[in-house]
Design a protein around this ligand. Structure first.
Ligand SMILES: Cc1ncc(COP(=O)(O)O)c(C=O)c1O
Length: 381
């Protein structure tokens, strides 16, 4: 018998920071029938799904949802292309690799992008943010809700209030936390909240998600060159019909319809957020019980979806790769840390870190089993 590529694929349990483990029902929903994306069948799927996304966002009547074909960065690029006009400044508040990513997206689009940066592992400091917004008077300010590279969660609502109070438009990257923690956008002044399907929503990658405000749509009308699929005004016309601008993955749309119904009507939004807090506490207790390991993120800013762990003095990236392979042999995909961050830490003679992803549909029992195995590997390596 000839072998097929399927013989080579291993069904590892993912404990990385996205993509995440999928519930069996979500995998099965990937086999549901194709449909026409301009047909009434589309509305049956994406109508409820888009309404559920608004619920998860705690969105107000001023907010609408757009689904972009692509991923989180697609939504982030649309935000700066649609909302930063020629000659305007966008201030990027950077607490890690994904803040840098958004700034690089702005620079790649020729935007005047200023930088307020914090050391890796630190959270955004609101006083410094206020002083910088007052000094630079940017039209737009972009912040990261949950910095996946360092496991830091920022107070996005306080940042939005502050930015709005200074007359600028707040943009928020919530790619790795949306669906795992309250976002509470109603009345926040948030103009654009960006996310994606493959993290805390427990779905495969394929859609960038944006929750946009009426104010953002009005501002986009004053930005001359917005591109095509990055144009939120073009996108919103389709979104208002519960459609995507270009042909979506019907597979993902089917899975999304099934999964968002589960999140909102079966698990329940509050219960989902509470489960993520318990997962964070479980990861925290594990790290606290290890000798020589520490948290990378400061107390009060530890993410409910990802925990970054400082390895003991003398540990190297190579050693974390060994942990990864040892965990692979046990059927798990371990996250040996964000590559560029660890390279910088190692080059500076500082301690490297690894991450424990605990987002999406992970249950406490699954995390418990994984942490027990990881504890054994860490003690033997
Ligand atoms: C916080 C954050 N922002 C942005 C991105 C980029 O998202 P995507 O890979 O979906 O384009 C990621 C991906 O890991 C992320 O964690």
């Amino acid at each position: 018998m000839s072998s097929t590529p399927l013989d080579e694929f291993t069904d590892l349990k993912l404990f990385i920071t996205g993509p995440t483990w999928l519930r069996p029902e979500v995998r099965q929903a990937g086999c549901l029938p194709e449909f026409g994306h301009r047909d009434s069948e589309n509305v049956k799927r994406l109508g409820p799904a888009m309404a559920h996304l608004k619920t998860l966002a705690g969105a107000g009547p001023e907010h609408e949802v757009i689904l972009f074909n692509g991923s989180g960065s697609t939504a982030m690029e649309a935000a700066v292309r649609s909302l930063v006009a020629d000659g305007e400044t966008v201030l990027h508040v950077v607490v890690g690799a994904f803040g840098d990513l958004w700034r690089n997206i702005s620079l790649a689009n020729g935007k005047k992008a200023e930088l307020l940066s914090f050391a890796p592992g630190e959270a955004m400091d609101l006083d410094r943010l206020d002083a910088e917004v007052a000094r630079l008077r940017p039209a737009v300010v972009a912040v990261t809700h949950n910095e996946t590279s360092t496991g830091v969660i920022n107070d996005h609502l306080a940042a939005c209030r502050l930015i709005r109070g200074r007359g600028a438009l707040p943009l928020v990257d919530g790619v790795s936390v949306f669906g795992g923690a309250p976002v509470d956008l109603a009345g926040s002044g948030c103009a654009f909240y960006a996310s994606a399907t493959q993290k805390s929503l427990g779905l495969p990658a394929g859609f960038g998600i944006a929750v946009v405000s009426a104010e953002a749509l009005e501002k986009a009308g004053k930005v001359a060159v917005r591109g095509y699929s990055s144009d939120i005004l073009r996108q919103i016309e389709r979104a208002r019909k519960n459609q995507t601008l270009t042909t979506p993955s019907a597979t993902l749309a089917n899975q999304m319809a099934v999964q968002l119904d589960y999140i909102v009507n079966q698990e329940g939004v509050a219960a989902r957020f509470a489960r993520h807090e318990r997962l964070r506490d479980q990861a925290r207790a594990f790290v606290a019980g290890l000798s020589g390991f520490d948290f990378f993120a400061p107390e009060g800013h530890r993410s409910p979806t990802v925990t970054a762990v400082l390895a003991p003095e003398g540990w190297t990236m190579a050693k974390l790769k060994e942990v990864k392979e040892a965990m692979r042999a046990r059927g798990y995909l371990f996250d040996p840390g964000y590559g560029k961050l660890n390279q910088d830490l190692e080059a500076a003679g500082r301690r490297v870190c690894f991450r424990i992803g605990h987002m999406g549909d992970m249950q406490e029992q699954m995390l418990g089993t994984y942490l027990a195995e990881l504890g054994e590997v860490l003690s033997r390596i």
